[in-house]
Ligand binder design. Structure first.
Ligand SMILES: [Zn+2]
Length: 57
């Protein structure tokens, strides 16, 4: 499953984006980004859901 996610899509004023195949490492990258740049500690499950939901929209 190919992804193209923008942090902006989640309501942040941020130019971070991520592309590629859905995988554990994508979840990890996005999770760490939210944590480091936005100070939000989402669980891996929540981040995975965010990615999946995005893909359907
Ligand atoms: Zn961001």
């Amino acid at each position: 499953m190919a992804l193209k996610l923008k942090c902006k899509d989640y309501g942040f004023e941020c130019d971070f984006n991520i592309e590629g195949e859905f995988s554990e490492s994508q979840v990890k990258i996005l999770k760490e980004h939210f944590e480091e740049k936005h100070g939000i500690d989402y669980s891996k499950e929540v981040v995975a859901q965010m990615i999946m939901n995005k893909d359907h929209s």
